[in-house]
Design a protein around this ligand. Structure first.
Ligand code: PFF
Length: 380
């Protein structure tokens, strides 16, 4: 059977940008930059991008495209012993998928909770108490949190629907799931910088601390951020490249992908830190007392800032919706790209039927996520 192909070059480039631009751009990059020298962080960041990120991205596109195969098979063609590296990559990548889907499940719930700003003035209590219903420790099990289970079901179903028809359905999806979060980030950024105190927040993000550049950890963080952010080393970009024609322009595609991804990160930095500046001013505290990243930023700090934004509950609900739709559409393309890498690898090796594999994997993912939710981590 002929290998499936992207409908257009843009379908491929957007899918690659979609995989790269994920939750990490919104909640990891701004925090990393802030902690690692502010404006000075851009120096190691761009060094890492140009000497490692872009060349590795080019290599992955070229390997997929040249061998017309996913990671394990393509690497196996380079050297028989290298095939296992491809398997290792896609299998470790699946751990990220399982994690991503739990967060997506929470975000689905927060779309609903944004209506009427359900967390009111206690987003922390709402998140850990009302929403997750955390118990005192992992040893103490609670009941299932049905809203989260339903969110999880929707996430896996969505991924299945997107991947079901391969490049055709992925191509149609990324035409809107990649531009939409960028537009929402722009709107959130504009709202952010027009709030009083925004400049103070942005100062925290951009003020360069060059002394930090002498610290090797800052450089390691920059390289780590670039690798994670470009989604390299998980076999995704090889799989995506393999659906190109052999003669596609690898260098340009890699540069556009990398710069599109970085632009999304910078935009997120502005949208997040302007609002943090405003929030610090409203609460009469220093910006560094409110800064956070990861889950804390998305589900506690940003919601808290939303409750402080003027305009009443309707305006606040709209901003909440915009924020969580932004996270959802940013995250979905990263989540399904990992599943696609695994599916492509299995398809090339075992000639398994695409749809059956996807159904099986989604059910497995759902059960694993559900099980970890129930057993250990987020227990109600
Ligand atoms: N690049 C994604 C982000 O920055 O959020 C995360 C990611 C997705 C990493 C897929 C690795 C991966 F294989």
């Amino acid at each position: 059977m002929a290998r499936q192909k992207w409908g257009s070059r843009w379908a491929f480039v957007l899918a690659a940008i979609g995989s790269a631009a994920g939750l990490g751009n919104a909640w990891r990059f701004p925090y990393m930059a802030y902690q690692n020298g502010g404006g000075a962080f851009y120096i190691p960041y761009f060094v890492a991008l140009f000497i490692a990120g872009i060349p590795i991205l080019m290599a992955e596109f070229a390997i997929g495209q040249g061998f017309q195969a996913s990671a394990p098979k393509a690497l196996g063609k380079i050297s028989k012993n290298a095939e296992f590296i491809g398997w290792w990559a896609v299998i470790t990548g699946s751990i990220i998928t399982f994690y991503y889907n739990v967060i997506m499940a929470w975000i689905f719930n927060y779309l609903y909770h944004s209506l009427g700003v359900a967390w009111k003035d206690n987003p922390k209590g709402f998140f850990f108490g009302d929403f997750l219903k955390l118990t005192d420790g992992p040893g103490q099990l609670g009941g299932l949190r049905w809203p989260i289970v339903i969110g999880l079901l929707i996430s896996w179903l969505w991924i299945y629907m997107i991947l079901r028809k391969g490049t055709e359905s992925v191509g149609k999806t990324v035409m809107w799931t990649v531009p939409l979060p960028v537009i929402l980030l722009l709107l959130l950024g504009i709202r952010g910088i027009t709030l009083p105190g925004a400049a103070t927040g942005l100062n925290y993000l951009f003020q360069p601390n060059f002394a930090k550049l002498a610290d090797a950890r800052v450089w390691a963080n920059a390289f780590g951020q670039i690798f994670f952010s470009l989604s390299v080393a998980f076999g995704i970009m090889i799989a995506y490249g393999s659906y190109n024609n052999k003669k596609n322009d690898v260098a340009n595609n890699a540069i556009i992908t990398a710069l599109g991804n970085s632009a999304t990160s910078f935009l997120a930095g502005i949208a997040v830190f302007s609002v943090l500046g405003y929030m610090a001013q409203q609460m009469n505290v220093q910006v560094n007392e409110v800064v956070s990243g990861g889950v804390g930023l998305a589900f506690v700090v940003y919601p808290q800032a939303i409750s402080l934004i003027p305009g009443g509950p309707i305006v606040q609900s709209i901003i909440g919706l915009a924020f969580f739709i932004m996270l959802l559409t940013l995250g979905i393309d990263s989540a399904f790209s990992l599943v696609e890498a695994i599916e492509a690898a299995a398809g090339d090796k075992f000639k398994v039927n695409k749809k059956s594999f996807l159904i099986g994997f989604s059910i497995l993912g759902f059960i694993l996520d559900y099980y970890s939710l129930h057993r250990a981590v987020y227990i109600g």
